[in-house]
Design a protein around this ligand. Structure first.
Ligand SMILES: [Zn+2]
Length: 64
């Protein structure tokens, strides 16, 4: 089910049904997830359309 790409919080079955997580689609089609806490923290950057690489470079270290 994945983990938060920013803080690596595990995404649980309950989270899958919830709406708090934000999905991000990378250029290679991979889907990354951001937990509600990080979504709130990074919301302005996400809405500004900034590449997530610039939000947290380490998040891409093991992409795919
Ligand atoms: Zn997080």
């Amino acid at each position: 089910m994945g983990t938060c790409m920013i803080c690596e919080l595990r995404r649980t079955a309950a989270d899958v049904r919830g709406v708090g997580w934000t999905s991000q689609h990378g250029p290679d089609g991979a889907v990354s997830w951001i937990c509600p806490t990080c979504t709130r923290a990074q919301l302005w950057q996400i809405e500004a359309g900034l590449p997530l690489d610039e939000i947290r470079p380490r998040a891409t270290r093991h992409a795919a």
